[in-house]
Design a protein around this ligand. Structure first.
Ligand SMILES: Cc1cc2nc3c(=O)[nH]c(=O)nc-3n(C[C@H](O)[C@H](O)[C@H](O)COP(=O)(O)OP(=O)(O)OC[C@H]3O[C@@H](n4cnc5c(N)ncnc54)[C@H](O)[C@@H]3O)c2cc1C
Length: 497
């Protein structure tokens, strides 16, 4: 099976079907692509990284939070290490910022000391308790009320979209097929063995199914009669500040955690922004990504406890992400009901960090339930590097423009993103199909104007490169049409042909 990406037909059969094109499904697909197998990823959206993987804190946690002995503890530490090894080759922007858990008083210093012991048990290297003076020297904008902190040098930040795209692209380069705009609607089980996956694009015969459907993984399990876990969505809201805030913060700043969450943090992003959030609100609707006045007020109050003078005037957007909570730990392993069905479910934080390690462990889980593996001699572990024009010096930029004039056309003025980069993002093996897909890959539209200026030009480039009418370009989801005729508007329909 040749690698491919897009809304094409599903094949009649596959050795392994992975349900869900989030960071977990794509990391699993990449891990499986090392073997002589036909691997099919089924994703119901037009792109990868459109679920929880697109809206999170982007932190590679060091691994001191999770209870020792849990999947979370093991896979977090292993995942953080794997990102350090893999990111550059896969084109995943990552910065080794380290992280601080900030304590405000003696009681919190005790919690921080406990976290250090827990981290040591989990195998986290280099943890140190820092004095007030050390913290203030490292983070001059932090609240002067700080008493000390836990320093974790292996904490880091990453671009969550490009992590997902990096795993997906490499999987495709190694023959994985990712079919988008295709929803799994049923699982056929005969004599307690998975035999096929039913989708909105047809039936795929298979004996091995990986359930990596995030917020919907409980529903997928139940399609096979497996009700061993349920998913409870837990929303987290954020505010993102413009890059003009400069070096407001050098590292990831966590408050001392409580029992439910790691608390409201203040953190840089790999692209030079700063964000505050998330809170943690249990909700019922797995699609409800609304931000709320109360939630945003709460995260501002929480963040001010760490950094009293927040640059609220530079806020450029708010967003929310939904954690797929299934209990205290990840749900990793074979279904107790249907042979051949294996779960990578309930992957809440630190799921982004753990993803590459989940990929490794799911290969073992599949082997345990009977999947035969043979190494692929032709496996290519890296993706070709993609030029980032705005990060280059003038001389290199001039060379690029001389070689390809499209590097001389800046489409996104806020982030200095050129037409050549946008075209490459559309034409790459895991290419953008939507306006937000372009934004997530190359940041056209991710700056201060949030696409107000470049949005129409990106839309026109997408139409040209994909060979579709401009009225068929979508913002993000399958039915997020950008244009409507008067008749369709009156009928409540979008234009898409
Ligand atoms: C607020 C918040 C902050 C977080 N911060 C961090 C952090 O800093 N560091 C960290 O390590 N982790 C963090 N996480 C956790 C991390 O984001 C998740 O663990 C990770 O993104 C989960 O990835 P996933 O692939 O399991 O899920 P998703 O990204 O949701 O992917 C699941 C995919 O399955 C698809 N799907 C669902 N049903 C079907 C179907 N029937 N057919 C086909 N496809 C289907 C969906 O469309 C979706 O694309 C955070 C999470 C939240 C919400």
């Amino acid at each position: 099976m040749a690698g491919s990406f897009g809304a094409g037909p599903v094949p009649d059969s596959a050795d392994v079907v992975v349900i869900g094109g989030g960071v977990v499904g794509c990391a699993i697909a990449r891990a499986l692509s090392r073997y002589e197998l036909s691997v099919l990823v089924i994703e119901r959206s037009p792109d990868v990284a459109t679920g929880t993987s697109k809206a999170n804190s982007g932190i590679l946690h060091a691994g001191f939070d999770a209870e020792p002995g849990t999947w979370k503890a093991r896979l977090n530490v292993q995942g953080a290490r794997l990102y350090a090894e893999l990111s550059e080759g896969l084109g995943i922007p990552r910065k080794a910022t380290g992280s601080l858990v900030v304590a405000k008083d003696a009681a919190q210093m005790e919690t921080v000391a406990d976290l250090r012991h827990r981290g040591i048990d989990n195998g986290v290297p280099g943890l140190e308790i820092w004095s007030r003076e050390q913290v203030l020297a490292h983070e001059p904008n932090i609240s002067p009320e700080v008493a000390g902190a836990l320093w974790a040098p292996t904490g880091a930040i990453v671009c969550p979209f490009l992590a997902t795209v990096g795993f997906a692209e490499n999987a495709i380069r190694n023959s994985v097929r990712i079919v988008t705009e295709c929803a799994v609607t049923g699982l056929d089980v005969a004599d307690r063995q998975i035999v096929a996956v039913n989708t909105t694009r047809g039936r795929v015969a298979t004996r091995f199914v990986v359930n990596a459907a995030g917020l919907h993984s409980g529903e997928i399990a139940r399609l096979a009669g497996d009700d061993s876990f349920t998913i409870k969505p837990r929303r987290g809201e954020y505010i993102l500040f413009d890059r003009s805030v400069g070096k407001l913060v050098n590292t990831v700043l966590f408050p001392t955690p409580d029992k439910v969450s790691k608390g409201i943090l203040v953190s840089p992003t790999v692209h030079g922004n700063v964000f505050i959030g998330p809170d943690a609100t249990e909700i019922d609707d797995p699609e409800d990504k609304e931000t709320t006045a109360g939630g945003l007020a709460g995260i501002i109050a929480g963040a001010r406890r760490i950094m009293p003078t927040l640059p609220l005037g530079t806020a450029i957007t708010e967003f929310a992400g939904l954690r797929a909570a299934a209990g205290k730990d990840f749900v990793i392993g074979p279904s107790p009901v249907a042979r051949g069905l294996v779960h990578a479910a309930g992957i809440q934080s630190p799921g982004l960090t753990s993803a590459p390690a989940i990929g490794e462990v799911m290969v073992e889980v599949l082997q345990d339930v009977g999947l035969r593996l043979r190494q692929k001699a032709s496996f290519v572990p890296v993706n070709p590097a993609k030029p980032r024009f705005h990060e280059m010096d003038r001389a290199t930029q001039a060379e690029l423009i001389a070689a390809d004039p499209l590097f001389g056309r800046v489409i996104c003025r806020c982030e200095t993103i050129t037409e050549a980069e946008i075209v490459a993002a559309i034409l790459s093996p895991c290419g953008a199909r939507t306006v937000d897909g372009v934004k997530r890959r190359v940041r056209a539209g991710a700056g201060r104007c949030q696409g107000g200026f470049c949005g129409p030009r990106v839309t026109a480039i997408l139409a040209r490169e994909l060979g579709i009418p401009v009225t068929s370009v979508r913002k993000d989801s399958a039915d997020s049409w950008l244009f409507m005729s008067r008749a369709d508007l009156e009928a409540g329909e979008g234009v898409h042909a």
